[in-house]
Each structure stands twice: as C-alpha cells, then as structure tokens.
Ligand binder design. Structure first.
Ligand SMILES: [Zn+2]
Ligand SMILES: [Zn+2]
Length: 263
C-alpha cells in the first residue's frame, strides 16, 4: 500500500521534474546554437571560442546532473516523510496554484540574490563562482555553467520550496519552466525588450538581459535574478543600468537586427 502511494507520488511529482530537467538541457542547447548563430557577425572572437563553449557545456551538464540528483533525493525524502501522495493532491489546483508559483518566484529571487552576494565574497569567489564569470560576454551556454559547489548551493532552493511551500506538482513544473526561460533570456547577450521597457512602472522591476550582462562585465552590481528589488533596496544596482539599457536598445533599433552587447 505504502509502495503504491510512493509510486503514485513518483508519477505525479518526480516524472514532471525529470521531464523539465531534460527539457532544460534541450532548451539550453537549442538557444545556445540558435543565438550564437545570430550573434556571429558581431562577435566572431566569442563564437571562435569553441573551447570556452565546451567548458560551459560540460559545467552545464554537471549542473543538470546535480540538480536532478538533489531534486530526486529531496522529493523522495518528502514522499517518505509524508507517507502518502496527498500533499500533492490535485485539489490544491485552484487559487492557491498561482499563489504557490508566485511564492516560489519570490523565494527563489531572495535565495539567489543573497547566495549570489555570498559567492562574490573575495575568499569564496575564486573557488566557487569564478566558473560562471568566465563568460564576460555570456551566452545561453553559460546559463547553467556552475562549479559543482555553486550547483549544490543553487539547488538549495528546491529544498526550501519542497519543505516550505505546499504546491501541486504542475505548479512546480511551471516554476521550473519559468526559471529556465528567465535564466536563458538573462544570458542571451541580446537585449530583446523595447526601449521604453524601463519607463513602464508595472514592468521595470523585472530584470532584463542588459541587467545581468552588466553583472558579468562589472561583477559588483546587479546580483538579482528575476526582479530588481533587492539590488535597489541594498544599493547594488549598476549606476548606469538605465543609461546602458537605453543605449543598447537604441542601437539595436537603429540597426534593426539584434546585436550583442558591447560596452
Ligand atoms: Zn550569469
Ligand atoms: Zn556573479
């Protein structure tokens, strides 16, 4: 009976997670090759860096493996602890469904900002976070290019979510898709948002590709992931973020073709 319950839980919860992780790998590969081709005329040196891309690919794959192992371990523990699949009951799909996704985003945003700042500590940076910062001109290949220790720290969000937010399995899958998409977009190296994006007060608290690009270039600013709140509250937003965004979006509009950042 208990085995059956665990099997049901595995089907409803773990399989979608594995499927999302598999899609993440494919998405990264797809966006990687697609946007590298688009950017080729602007940054030949970046594209020629096959060694760098191979390094990013290997670290990304190790991250996917670590995420999968930790995700599976945490979910198995949760299932065994609750001894039933009722905590992931379809009845939780409702008003709470959207709220749980929003909570996951907020929690992840805070987790990312503070662990990210911690990893920039001079005594930690070189050993843990330098791998990700090897990409001064990030590409989607760099999105999950983490040192294994950083991958474990990043995976800490799964532990927090699974044990603090009651959520339907599908809400978790939706959150994972959002997480992957935002991370890939943050590393495109191409600003695809319109010039007036930062003038819209309903939108300008979302991070942009330029926001994270500035972090890869200047290190000590723009630590945020999904939202700009933490950087604004703690004075770490790059002083020229707005200026750079406007410059990049104007330039890209003039040329009418997406171009990689170069500032
Ligand atoms: Zn990055
Ligand atoms: Zn960093």
């Amino acid at each position: 009976m208990q085995d059956l319950s665990f099997r049901n839980s595995f089907r409803t919860f773990c399989l979608p997670i594995f499927s999302a992780i598999f899609r993440r790998a494919r998405l990264t590969l797809f966006f990687g090759s697609f946007f590298q081709k688009m950017a080729a005329p602007h940054h030949p040196a970046e594209v020629a860096g096959g060694k760098k891309m191979w390094l990013e690919f290997r670290y990304s794959m190790s991250t996917v493996l670590i995420f999968a192992l930790i995700g599976f371990g945490i979910l198995s523990l949760k299932m065994r602890a609750t001894r039933s699949s009722t905590t992931i009951s379809p009845s939780r799909v409702g008003g709470g469904f959207i709220v749980s996704i929003a909570l996951m985003m907020l929690l992840h945003d805070a987790w990312f900002y503070w662990t990210h700042r911690l990893m920039h500590h001079p005594k930690i940076f070189r050993h843990v976070h330098l791998v990700h910062h090897r990409s001064a001109n990030p590409s989607p290949w760099a999105a999950y290019s983490f040192h294994p220790i950083e991958a474990v720290i990043e995976a800490g969000i799964f532990v927090l979510i699974v044990f603090t937010i009651p959520a339907h399995g599908l809400a978790l899958v939706a959150f994972l898709i959002y997480m992957i998409t935002r991370n890939v977009l943050g590393h495109l190296g191409i600003e695809f948002l319109p010039k007036n994006f930062l003038n819209n007060r309903w939108l300008n608290w979302h991070t942009t590709t330029t926001h994270h690009d500035l972090h890869h270039k200047h290190f000590n600013h723009n630590y945020g992931l999904y939202f700009t709140w933490w950087d604004r509250w703690f004075g770490t937003e790059h002083p020229k973020y707005r200026e750079t965004f406007e410059e990049v979006t104007s330039r890209e509009k003039e040329s009418e073709t997406p171009s990689r950042h170069g500032y």
